[in-house]
Design a protein around this ligand. Structure first.
Ligand code: XMP
Length: 516
């Protein structure tokens, strides 16, 4: 099923909801012609919302031919209006905006798209224009205060739509509306599951790699672990993984890769112990961007050295390494224009970023998946929960959570404080409520304290728990005071050199999530 993206921020959400209903979906830009869309042979199409008015100059338009091809189509918000407009209904520029929670009322007994939903339901709206009259042959299913026609359907042609956003959680029965379209109106089957993804990807990887050899980098994060485990499942010993231990990971994370990941997958692992190298390169450096650059540069060098060693081993055995695994996810693909091939390497200041002059062909087994699907595949592959459920962690690691110079002692101290914060958050059962909780050492700041018998002159630790959807914006998490008290007590009691714990209560913007 295809989601045509009219430029709303919701297209990815729609695609995810459709997949949650066990129907495979992909996003295509609205700049595709009807012919190009139909050439992809979709079982059904959803037209997303978008910021334009259907009457605005240059507004993306939809020709009536899209609705005459016999393919079921569902319009959401702008897509709903575009469908009405294309098929001879009327859309008015009322200028009356409905924004946010809005009650939609069914006309008659709820049925078709609204089957199984109460006659009045809370929906999430964001529109200025509204459909005044449905096209001929369409039945009006619901109305709201600002939208006389808020939902319509033409069952015979399998066409329909809603003015509200069923994909957002604030629409109470949004998922049900989507499922009604998919299964009742469009007649699709819910048969796309994590099990299918796994089998399909394993087949694809085998077809791509054949009997060649392949390498991959492990960072300790979810994506690289799941990508590697999938490739391992597909081609076994043809895969070698490289883990560059830069010494900037949190407590227990290197062991998770070296011991737990290997135990769960049986992968061939090449460990490059590079802690000294990174500490040496970072000595005396305090500027955050400088730190990032140094860590990025050393990472690439260390990875290349490891890679050369593995390539030489392969040569000695008369083999060649042809492929490199990359954990690109579907949102990266969509955001970079959806093209195929090597151009889509993650660019986000990522230490996992790899050299530009790639001598390998890329294997990208997660290209079609959203993050939650990657986690589901990871669980299916039997990876440890600590890896699969890991919260986002920046590539440069603790190196950018020490405000000041990075030294072995400071890393040690921060690792202990961070481990306490994480353990207490988990014990409180709040892992899923918090997007991530950077624990930051203000190494260049000292504060006076009184501990035991005397005064101390130690460092503050900052707790930065945030809630977020995508890390672009964030709010500080309102953690329970008792939990904060426990973390603070434990850190000041158990971590030498820290005599103060402070809470960061800044949203993003204006603050970033990380301190550097
Ligand atoms: P900021 O601090 O920009 O962080 O609000 C947004 C998200 O990105 C992560 N982050 C990084 N990830 N390399 C990474 O791989 C980096 O240099 C980096 N800096 C920030 C951060 O943890 C948050 O999830």
């Amino acid at each position: 099923m295809l989601v045509v993206d009219y430029g709303a921020q919701y297209a990815q959400l729609i695609a995810r909801r459709v997949r949650e209903a066990k129907v495979y979906s992909e996003i295509v830009p609205h700049t595709l012609t009807t012919e190009q869309i139909l050439a992809k042979n979709p079982a059904a199409i959803i037209l997303s919302g978008g910021p334009s008015s259907v009457y605005a100059e240059g507004a993306p338009s939809v020709g009536p031919d899209l609705f005459e091809a016999g393919v079921p189509v569902f319009g959401i918000c702008y897509g709903f209006q575009a469908m009405a407009n294309a098929l001879g209904g009327s859309v008015a520029r009322t200028g009356l905006r409905e924004y946010g929670a809005t009650v939609a009322t069914a006309i008659g007994e709820p049925h078709s798209l609204l089957a199984g939903i109460p006659a009045t339901q809370n929906t999430w709206m964001s529109h200025g224009d509204s459909v005044q009259a449905a096209p001929e042959g369409f039945e009006v299913l619901a109305t709201t205060a600002g939208a006389p026609v808020a939902a319509f359907v033409n069952e015979a042609k399998a066409l329909g739509g809603v003015q509200w956003h069923p994909e957002v959680k604030h629409s109470d029965f949004g998922q049900k509306v989507l499922e009604n379209f998919l299964f009742t109106v469009a007649g699709l089957e819910p048969n796309w599951t994590t099990g299918n993804i796994l089998e399909e990807q394993v087949d694809r990887i085998r077809a791509q790699i054949g009997d060649a050899r392949v390498i991959c980098g492990l960072s300790g994060g979810v994506d690289s672990a799941v990508a590697a485990a999938l490739v391992q499942r597909a081609v076994g010993d043809q895969l070698t993984c490289v883990f560059v231990d830069h010494g900037l990971l949190r407590e227990g994370e290197a062991e998770q890769v070296e011991r737990d990941f290997v135990a769960a997958t049986g992968v061939n692992l090449y460990v490059a112990n590079e802690q000294e190298r990174f500490l040496g390169a970072l000595a005396g450096v305090t500027d955050p961007e400088q730190k990032r650059k140094i860590i990025g540069r050393e990472f690439i060098r260390a990875f290349e050295e490891a890679e050369r060693a593995i390539v030489e081993q392969a040569h000695a055995a008369g083999e060649q390494i042809k492929f490199l695994v990359q954990g690109t996810l579907y949102p990266d693909v969509v955001e970079s224009g959806g093209g195929e091939g090597a151009a889509n390497i993650k660019s986000h200041h990522n230490v996992g970023g790899l050299p530009e002059d790639l001598r390998f062909e890329l294997v990208e087994p997660l290209r079609a998946l959203f993050k939650d699907e990657v986690r589901a595949v990871g669980r299916q592959l039997g990876l440890p929960e600590e890896i699969v459920a890991r919260q986002p962690f920046p590539g440069p690691g603790l190196g950018i959570r020490i405000v000041g110079e990075v030294t072995a002692e400071r890393l040690d101290l921060l690792r202990k404080a961070d481990a306490i914060g994480r353990a207490e958050l988990t014990t409180a059962g709040l892992d899923n409520d918090v997007w991530q909780m950077p624990v930051v050492l203000l190494a260049d700041v000292r504060s006076v304290g009184v501990q035991g018998d005397g005064r101390t002159y130690g460092h503050p630790i900052v707790l930065r728990p945030v809630s977020s959807e995508d890390a672009m914006t964030a709010d500080w998490s309102r953690l329970p005071f008792d939990l904060l008290a426990r973390i603070s007590n434990r850190i000041t009691n158990e971590v030498d050199g820290v005599n103060r714990v402070v809470l960061d209560v800044t949203s993003k913007p204006p603050g970033t999530i990380e301190w550097e």
